[in-house]
Design a protein around this ligand. Sequence first.
Ligand SMILES: [Zn+2]
Length: 767
Amino acid sequence: MIHALVSSPANHARLDEIRGEQVLLSDSPSSVSDDAIQEMPVVLMQSYSVHGNEASGTEAAILYLYYLAAGEGPAIDEALYNAVIIVEPMQNPDGRDRFADWVNRNRGGVATMDSQDREHSEPWPGGRTNHYWFDLNRDWMVTQHPESKGRIELFQTWRPQVLTDHHEMGSGSSFFFQPGIPSRKNPNTPELNVRLTEEIATYHAAGFDAIGSTYYSEEGYDDFFYGKGSAYPDINGSIGILFEQASSRALRATVSDGELHYAFTVRNQFVASLTTLKAGIAMRADLLTYQRDFYATSLEMAQKNRSGGWILDLDDGRTRAQLFAQLLKRHRVEFYELTQDVQVNGKTIRAGNGLVIPDEQPQYRLIDSFTERTLEYQDSLFYDVSTWTLPLAFDVNLHSYSGNLSSVSGEEVISVALDGGSLVGGEAQHAYLMRWNRFYAPRALNRFMEAGIPVNVAHKPFSILVDGEKVWFDRGTVVIPLKGRDTPGKTWDANTVHTIAKMAVKMDHVEITAAHTGLTPDGPDLGGGSMADLTKPRIAMTAGSGASSGQTGEAWHAISERFRMEVSLIEPSRFGGADLSRYNTIILTASGLSDAASNNILSWTRKGGNLIVLSGATSWALRNNLVDIESMSIDMDSLTENLDYHQMDEARGAQAIGGSIFQVDLDTSHPIAYGLKDQMALFHQGSTLYSFTGSPGQLIGSYSMNPLMSGYISEEKLAQLPGLASVIATGEGRGNVIAFMERLNFRAYWYGSQRLFFNSIFFGRSF
Ligand SMILES: [Zn+2]
């Protein structure tokens, strides 16, 4: 990401040296004395407009850079001598591009104040999000997008003592700076962090008092979720500060007490930039000391709280485990090769197939908070999700290990490359068999389909002989024949099949076995009726006004960016007249479809289409009687009958599910759950829960008897949850409908449940 490093000429001449001293605060806190701290500059990272349509931040950043570069006099000289300032003026270039394009082409010679004017109302999906419509201010922890990967690398290279994140909020407000709501601080953030934030706030207050701008703190926003820019620093020994300026949206807007001008909002952001610098200089030694002590106490906590660390199993879900390890590495987590077989939780992890993550390392607190399961909360209201437990999202086995770590650890692993693909048995004479166990297996399957090679899926387990030994294959194994079944004597270009098989092993890390005959010792033969034809998906998806841009963007990113497949994005309003016969798969993310659109989709489904209903479209499917479910209700009247007026908001809010992780029982004999385990963690966001009222065999996933794995849910809703509907697959005419109640692709880091999504795309027509 584009950024500027600003400091005095003398500091610039020895930047590497300064950085070397800075990182000792976290890498080796005991080696940094109080005297040494007195001589060190403070590092400030000031970041702007991660939401692209909150534009005033970026304008202020340019002014601020000008001030830093051109300012003269003792005050600026002292500041530049005592600080290294990292300015990231634009955290979300694609979002800002959409916003700026819209407002600039809708303004005339005189700026209009009318909120109904085009300049004031951006079209779907707006400029808040990045290219794939992801909120980058939820990506700091999971770092799935290039903007965040670059930003975290910059952050971890310099490890600033203060990071500020400049936003905009509703026009009717004033200016917010942290601290946020006290009861919604993450318990893993030290109390001293809040005290320092309060002290920094006095500088902002003084700056705003001086120009006569109004402001507030503590009455809104929280520091709970470490995936946000203002909270991520808090688990890295730094102080994260959120700024929110009332937005003018356009050049000027009408507000309750008159007019709000864009220039005014830029000025406030500029002043907050200056007061941050002022606070950073004045509190320099305290901030540096806080960071050093944060890391010193992290090591003490690691020694006191636990003995040992974690072992990540690379054998089970190897690709996902390696992707998880890459994520940890981006946050400076240290881990080592496993050099001995170890027993954990009744399972043997073999040498070379695990990573050893010791507790005793600087990022102990970060590892703990990224991987923990949370069931108790101080507050029942959340600005965002209540949990993120990364091992559940990646569906990997991260075992706590209390044995002697040093005796099983080898070399430190500096970087992790995806690997583990295998081709057993050489060049096949009859067919290749690809197990449906690896994350990128759908991408490999698509390679064969793109080349026009017919492929089948096994609906029953079977075995083949490999070097005289019987080897079993599960349901969901993809059979890629070298000989035609329906056209006698027809063979494909065998060399093409061999080449793609090798490429899939290398690029998609899949496990492929060569079969030299179609006869199998157990289960169906390779040319039998249990090996069903698969057709290449031709996919359309609702994208546009009425659809959830978040869910649509997640699915788009998964299909097009991650799995390299074509998908047509169609405006919901055009579904009524669209020629749907071009597609065999439609993904719905919108509930508000017109009658014409609904009828077109229904008739297409009945003619044999594969309709995938994501959670944003559940109520549409319910209205059109495609799924047999009923929404559950809570008797709010009886829950609130003894409450006073001021308690009502909280009582209602406590019934919301902002984002929690539930365990779901899956019927893995159904194609939609092929290759998965019988129980799986899924992410639920949205307060409506559904009971299933249909026929046996259609409920593929339901909440387990003890479903809450991590996160907040009210007691009343938790009591209802066991057995309720999560995944439904049903026939409709000659077609199929598959409905998911969960956010399978949530924020691109739910690698575990994303496999259900791709099963529905590839196997949705084979039941
Ligand atoms: Zn924002």
